[in-house]
Design a protein around this ligand. Structure first.
Ligand SMILES: C[S@@+](CC[C@H](N)C(=O)[O-])C[C@H]1O[C@@H](n2cnc3c(N)ncnc32)[C@H](O)[C@@H]1O
Length: 219
């Protein structure tokens, strides 16, 4: 599955977590993408909305960032990733770009609820207050600053990490060796450096490894 008009997709998904009444619009998108029935999506959506631990955890992580005057970077459509992962039931997901770990948290929650699958994430972390050499981050490094003392994925609940492998470094160095090791993947999520060069590199690297029926999601 390739999601083409992603900006429209994102608009629909935005605020989903905070405004559950938009849920019905999301259901429509998910139905189109996956052929799941309203009934199936409803049951999975309920799992997400009734997970108060997750909502509280995300709120607390927001506050922690605000306390340090940092923008809490994270894809607003993360709840939609939860629904997609629950429905598609992938074995292997690769994401690039973790920062605080909002997308990773929703993906890992879905894998936990599916009782199967593993997430591999690659991130070149940018910690608040650390002086990086000029040119160390090209594009993308400015949007995902991690609070002082934190690390990539600091907000991911400990109880969800058992299905997670974090690889620290640049995707240009780490992605191909990971793909070779995995041999095939089911879903790829790009959210690292959004330069044309890097996005092209990531997509071209990943496409031969995506299993038939698998998907590519971009930010
Ligand atoms: C937009 S943030 C990721 C946000 C995360 N996906 C979420 O929604 O919760 C982008 C992340 O990619 C990292 N990054 C930037 N350039 C990178 C590169 N070349 N390779 C790997 N990670 C990179 C940034 O430092 C940052 O941690």
């Amino acid at each position: 599955m390739i999601i083409k008009n992603y900006s429209k997709f994102v608009k629909l998904a935005r605020n989903m977590l905070l405004h559950p009444r938009r849920y019905f619009e999301i259901v429509h998108v998910i139905q189109k993408l996956t052929n799941a029935t309203i009934f199936q999506i409803g049951i999975i959506g309920k799992d997400l909305y009734s997970n108060m631990n997750l909502h509280e955890h995300i709120k607390k992580s927001h506050v922690q960032c605000e306390d340090q005057n940092l923008i809490f970077a994270g894809m607003p459509e993360s709840p939609l990733l939860y629904l997609l992962v629950r429905i598609l039931k992938p074995d292997i997901i690769v994401e690039t770009g973790v920062a605080s770990g909002l997308t990773s948290t929703f993906i890992l929650q879905a894998l936990h609820d599916n009782k199967k699958g593993r997430l591999y994430s690659i991130d070149l972390s940018k910690i608040d207050g650390v002086a990086y050499p000029k040119g160390y981050f090209l594009e993308g490094g400015e949007t995902g600053v991690i609070p002082r003392g934190g690390e990539s994925g600091w907000m991911i609940p400990l109880e969800l990490r058992y299905r997670w492998t974090l690889i620290s470094g640049r995707t240009s160095e780490k992605l191909l060796p990971l793909l070779e090791e995995l041999e095939h993947i089911d879903i790829f999520l790009h959210d690292s450096e959004h330069s044309y060069k890097n996005m092209l590199f990531e997509y071209q690297s990943v496409l031969p490894y995506i299993r038939r029926g698998g998907g590519n999601v971009e930010s």
